[in-house]
Design a binder for this molecule. Sequence first.
Ligand code: ATP
Ligand code: ZN
Length: 304
Amino acid sequence: MNVDVSPSFASELLQAGLLIPMGSDGLYARSGLFESVVAGLDVMAGQLGADLHAERLSLPPAMSRAAFEQAGYMASFPQLAGTVHCFCGDEAHHRRLVQKLESHEDWTGEQTASDVVLTPAACYPVYPIIASRGKLPRGGHVVNVTAWCFRREPSRDPTRMQMFQMHEFVRLGTEAEVTSFRAAWVQRALGMAEHLVLPARIEVANDPFFGHAGKMMAASQVEQALKLELTIPVSSDETPTACMSFNNHRDKFGATWDIRTSDDTVAHTACVGFGLERLALALFRHHGLAVSAWPVTVRDAIGL
Ligand code: ATP
Ligand code: ZN
């Protein structure tokens, strides 16, 4: 959801040089300080799940187009997708492209879609990786993953970026394992917010599914409370920002990727996602732009 952004917080961040505009709304260079807060939160998120002995994965900001198609992303969120196109013509074709460039015509149609797309959420590439290994072990599996993500949602609201980093814990297992995982993470996340002295609430939410059919999908998601969010006032006091989400996919990805539990039933999955930049922005919003003035416990928690 786009919110009315308090212009002061956005402009303070830019004036302080924490975020540096790069010529497209929602695309920023980040100062060393901003990124060290993000990195501290990334480590803190990982530590919060240390007892789970999860498999740690670090992903590139792109994934295979085939996996993206199979996940059904274009059916649900075509407006957010970022595909990677390349030039693969010959010299004559190249001359045409350069002519268009020189005469300021649109040259992008001279490219073709490649076999990679930008990763829309950290967990998307995880399912086919796990599926390729065969049945889950008894007790299922947990993955701890961080990735740069892309969503085409340009905005002046600094909490709505086009490229951002998401840290996720992904649970694959039985329905009961997945349900208790998500419930436990809601409590862990509230504990983390308390530790960071951030005013957080848990709300039932929905994804921005596209179009008329999407409205019905969103309503059903709310009705079944499949998506919860930890929200914190950041850009606006009236409309708090989703800084984390807790998603129960039920057997959707298990069925899509034929992921099976040890007793050969279709696996259920859930993921918990930390929006690292949004959490960093929440810290700057509530504790000020000077990190040296933050509560010592907060600085300790993120190693600053
Ligand atoms: P929103 O409702 O604000 O669009 P979302 O529900 O689409 O967010 P998720 O798909 O649940 O977000 O992604 C997990 C987390 O990633 C979010 O809770 C948020 O913290 C972060 N995130 C999502 N979109 C953005 C964005 N455009 N810029 C920065 N962080 C984001
Ligand atoms: Zn996810």
